[in-house]
Design a protein. Sequence first.
Length: 72
Amino acid sequence: MTQGGGISIWFFVGAVLVVYGALIAASGLYQLWVPPQPPVVLEKLHAGIWWGALLFLAGLFYAIHFRPGKRA
């Protein structure tokens, strides 16, 4: 069996985290301008923005660190 030539699963994990993080952060930003009804209990913490940003940054790390074609 030959080694190499494949794409690491962690690259795809990073890509998915980037997409999910962007969607969650965008949803959180939208809720700044259009608050949900009825109001959420901890709305002032803006968890969607923070969680989306965290997922986005973690995804960028994985996508860059395990990108295809990177030499070891």
